[in-house]
Structures are given as structure tokens and as C-alpha cells.
Design a protein around this ligand. Structure first.
Ligand code: NAD
Ligand code: MG
Length: 295
């Protein structure tokens, strides 16, 4: 029988999104529709058997999709998130455990350097090793006018999106070995910044530079560093101030594929970059943008 065909435009939700707003950080379990992070739709193929991964932002959205795929590919996973997101994180732990893998939940604030060190120590200790950092956590708060962008927001966005990558990486380097991987998460915003996301887009460009520079620094150790740059993806980030509320119904419609992506559509790229099959790839950025492209 020939393989069933599909249409990428209609494969996932492509209607208007219902208007909705939550305070940050938003809970995925209260969104409508609930994003698809691969709970049922992702099938593993033993590509990460026995690996030990630490994923920030692993409770929801794109991080959750990476976590679920990693577990279904055979990895044990520690996930970090904010304490308020405990309910989302516990849902993810159930999916990891149903895949027969170990789930380690480590809530805490990545804008705190001391916590970043503690996070890595605890992940390494409870997983019994560490082979991968998947750095997905991020803050995005739309502000129309630079004059209204507070120094407080500017600092927080850089601390969470950029500084935490330095702190977590420094804490982990003593544990990573040849064959280990680091995956960062930038955005199409690094290449095509929106007028209302000046601070966020600047951090996403910094993440590209960090990825490329770190890859050069760590190449001789056999540690690869790559980046994923998503386009518009249906996640909690967007409905808690990431976008102005009024544009939520049309979110993603401006892409050539005429819809927002679902987190599970990023899963394959994270798995590829974490696994041995990408052994000659480092310092790269993989775009998953619905056609908005990354340069
Ligand atoms: P999300 O809300 O599901 O994930 C963001 C996560 O960041 C939260 O779950 C939270 O756990 C974590 N976080 C925020 N502040 C934190 C802090 N101080 N300490 C610890 N954790 C903190 O949304 P998402 O869209 O899946 O976002 C994941 C990544 O994808 C972000 O880096 C975002 O910039 C990037 N991204 C998203 C889109 C999109 O359209 N959704 C597009 C491009 C890039
Ligand atoms: Mg979350």
C-alpha cells in the first residue's frame, strides 16, 4: 500500500484561535485549543536510548514537545520550569513515565545564577549523568514603543533568554563528554524582528551568536552546539503578553503555510540535533517557520 498523503496546511489546527489571555507564565492546560506536544502524535524510534537530557521550559510548548520526543526515543529527562507551572510539568512527567523513562522535575527561576548551578547539579545527580542541554525557556513580552519598554523588563528578558544559557552551560561543562550536545532556541525574530519585540528579538539574535561561538569553543571536545529557530507556534508564550491579544485569532496566518505551527512539528529537529545522526552538524541554526525563513 502506498504511504498515506497529507496536506501540511490542514494537518493541524488551522482555524482562527479563540481570543484568550492569561497572566505570565500561562498554563498550557488552560489554553484553547491545547497545543499538540506529541503526547499521542509523536512516535519514537530508539534514537536516544539511555541518554540523559536536561530541558529548560520543558513543562509546555516547544520544550515539552522536545521532552516528550526525547523520552519516546529512549532518554531520561530532567525538566525545569517555574513553580507556578507545576500542573503542566506533572502532566509531562506522566508522559515520560508512560514511555518507560525517568522524569526529574526541577522547578526554579533561571534568572537566578545560583539556581542555574543548582539545576544542573540536581539534574546530573538524579539522572545519574548528563549528555544534553536543551535550552528552550524564554520570556517574550510585546511592547509597541521603546519609550514604554522598562529597564526592568529589558533586564529580565536578557537574564532569562541569554544570561541563563551562560550560567547553565558553565555549570554543565564539567559533566558533558564527547558526543554530548547543546541545543539552544532562537526564533525567526532574530532574523526578521517585529516592531513590538525589540528586547526579545535582540536576545534571540544573541542566542545565535552564543550558539556559533560556543560551537567553535567546544568542537575540539567533541561537544556539538546547535540552535532551533521556530516561527509562530501555538504555545502559552503567545497568550500571556507575547503578542497583543487582538492578533491571537490570526496568529500564524501570515505564513506561507497559512497557520501556526504546533510544538510537535519541532520535535524531529530537536531529536535530530541531539542524536548521533547529526554528528557532523555544529554551529548551525535550523528554522521551522512555516515558510517565513531565517535569513
Ligand atoms: P512556553 O510558554 O511553553 O515556554 C516558555 C517557558 O519558559 C515556560 O514554560 C517557562 O517554564 C519558561 N520560563 C520563562 N521564564 C522562566 C524563568 N524565569 N525561569 C525558568 N523558566 C522560565 O512557550 P514556547 O513558545 O514553547 O517557548 C519556548 C521557546 O521557544 C522560547 O525560547 C521562545 O522564545 C521560543 N520561540 C517560540 C515561538 C512561538 O511562536 N511560540 C517562536 C519562536 C521562538
Ligand atoms: Mg510553561
Amino acid at each position: 500500500m502506498s504511504k498515506q498523503t497529507y496536506n501540511p496546511i490542514s494537518k493541524y489546527y488551522h482555524d482562527k484561535f479563540p481570543k484568550q489571555k492569561q497572566p505570565a507564565p500561562a498554563l498550557q492546560c488552560e489554553m484553547s485549543p491545547i497545543p499538540d506536544c506529541g503526547e499521542k502524535s509523536y512516535t519514537g524510534h530508539q534514537r536516544l536510548v539511555g541518554r540523559k537530557m536536561l530541558v529548560t521550559g520543558g513543562d509546555s510548548g516547544i520544550g515539552r514537545a522536545a521532552v516528550i520526543a526525547y523520552a519516546k526515543e529512549g532518554a531520561d529527562v530532567a525538566i525545569n520550569y517555574l513553580p507556578y507551572e507545576q500542573k503542566d510539568a506533572e502532566e509531562v512527567a506522566k508522559v515520560i513515565e508512560a514511555a518507560g523513562r525517568k522524569a526529574v522535575l526541577i522547578p526554579g527561576d533561571l534568572s537566578d545564577e545560583t539556581f542555574c548551578k543548582k539545576l544542573v547539579e540536581e539534574a546530573h545527580h538524579k539522572l545519574g549523568g548528563l549528555d544534553n542541554l536543551t535550552l528552550v525557556a524564554g520570556k517574550q513580552t510585546a511592547v509597541e514603543d521603546i519609550m514604554d519598554l522598562t529597564t526592568e523588563q529589558l533586564k529580565k528578558t536578557f537574564e532569562i533568554n541569554v544570561f541563563s544559557m551562560f550560567w547553565v552551560t558553565k555549570a554543565a561543562l564539567g559533566y558533558l563528554k564527547p558526543g554530548s550536545t547543546i541545543i539552544t532556541t532562537s526564533s525567526v525574530q532574530a532574523f526578521q524582528p517585529g516592531a513590538n519585540l525589540l528586547d526579545y528579538a535582540s536576545t534571540k539574535s544573541a542566542i545565535i551568536a552564543f550558539t556559533r561561538g560556543l560551537a567553535k569553543q567546544l568542537g575540539h571536545k567533541g561537544i556539538r552546539v546547535n540552535c532551533v529557530a521556530p516561527g509562530p507556534v501555538w504555545t502559552p508564550l503567545q497568550i500571556c503578553g507575547g503578542q497583543p491579544s487582538e492578533v491571537i485569532p490570526e496568529f500564524g496566518k501570515q505564513t506561507p503555510l497559512e497557520r501556526a505551527g504546533q510544538p510537535v512539528e519541532l520535535s524531529g529537529v530537536y531529536v535530530h540535533l541531539a542524536s548521533e545522526e547529526s554528528s557532523y552538524t555544529t554551529a548551525e541554526t535550523y528554522g521551522v517557520t512555516g515558510g517565513l525563513h531565517t535569513n
